[in-house]
Design a protein. Structure first.
Length: 359
């Protein structure tokens, strides 16, 4: 995988672990199988028919969503910050921000359709005469929106973990934004070429038959604290990578952004990098001064191992998708290496069961 290199010198041996056997033993709900379908899920979602008229009168877009269902909002915000014409704001809480008004479109994403924080915000928006585009696989969100003439609900396939449905969810969010002219849509040829390149990258990253680099990275992460350093334009992918490590691999990780971390956290990294693993996310479109900062850190921060994941792509969208997909495979590889089921989330299920008892 040409997009990944070892940042600091040291012995590098490609992974010789039999990940197929580890997946068979620990991946109870086939997280790897869903991950292999990521690019096909995107392609299917991109072709979603959005029966709405484009509207250029919105003041901005508020993205509601939690966890795996909310990750796409961060990616939309990143795209809008780089090349959009309207502000996109992500809200991960109950209700909506105090400044919200009906001139802001709301995109509410809940894979199950039953995320209580998202539903709380949608109810407030509908009560105040706002417009909601809901994305879900059913549940109460679909029920809330089906009788509202000013809103729309789009269905995605059900039956998997929300964090494994990113292709369906984010792809549908993009289809909405393209249909409403909120973000510029690439040409059909550009989309086809992008998806083809992502499929090639996916095959190389696959721990069940790729080039072994992802498995090697995961092996070097074992037993180390994990820092994920990203330029602003890839910050959404860095934060999602952290969440995937939390849920898939049961591991803490710390996402930080450039150039901001160079004004504070770099001091700690420069003096306390023992037992630390750094993964730098980079891309061709990042500010050249950010590239210079990364070069300095690679030379001067003694964290070993450290890796540079160059998120290949001919657009910011492609770089973000590349980053999201390759890092998904890293999180799954680290999970099964540590004998963890990447599909399990017992503590989240337990918390939800507890909240059901509280009225």
């Amino acid at each position: 995988m040409d997009g990944i290199t070892r940042a600091r010198e040291g012995e590098l041996r490609m992974s010789d672990v039999d990940f197929s056997n580890l997946l068979a033993e620990y991946d109870s709900r086939d997280m790897a199988g869903f991950t292999r379908k990521f690019v096909d899920d995107l392609a299917q979602a991109f072709s979603t028919k959005i029966d709405v008229d484009a509207d250029s009168d919105w003041s901005g877009v508020l993205c509601l969503g939690m966890g795996g269902s909310g990750a796409g909002g961060m990616f939309l915000q990143s795209l809008a910050d780089q090349s959009g014409g309207l502000p996109f704001v992500v809200w991960r809480d109950y209700g909506v921000p105090s400044w919200w008004g009906p001139d802001w479109l709301v995109i509410a994403t809940s894979y199950s359709g039953n995320t209580e924080e998202t539903l709380d915000g949608v109810r407030m928006v509908l009560e105040e005469g706002g417009t909601v585009v809901g994305i879900c696989s059913g549940g109460e969100l679909e029920e809330l929106l089906e009788d509202n003439d000013e809103s729309l609900c789009l269905a995605v396939p059900s039956g998997q973990m929300p964090r494994s449905a990113f292709g369906h969810l984010f792809g549908t969010q993009l289809a909405v934004c393209w249909a409403l002219n909120l973000l510029a849509k690439p040409s059909e040829d550009e989309l086809t070429s992008m998806l083809d390149r992502l499929r090639s990258a996916s095959q190389l990253a696959d721990i069940g038959g790729g080039d072994g680099m992802v498995g090697t990275i995961a092996q070097t992460m074992q037993g180390n604290q994990i820092g994920i350093i990203s330029p602003t334009m890839l910050g959404a992918a860095g934060r999602r990578f952290t969440a995937q490590l939390n849920e898939n691999a049961d591991r803490f990780a710390r996402p930080v952004g450039l150039p901001e971390m160079n004004h504070n956290e770099i001091v700690a990294w420069s003096t306390d990098a023992s037992e630390q693993c750094i993964l730098y996310l980079t891309c061709e479109g990042m500010h050249p001064r950010v590239g210079a900062r990364i070069d300095w850190m690679v030379e001067n921060i003694e964290a070993t191992p450290s890796w540079i994941i160059d998120c290949e792509g001919e657009s910011n969208l492609e770089s973000l998708l590349y980053a999201a997909h390759v890092t998904d495979w890293i999180s799954i590889a680290l999970a099964v290496l540590n004998q963890v089921d990447p599909s399990s989330m017992a503590s989240i299920d337990g918390l939800k069961a507890h909240l059901v008892t509280i009225q």
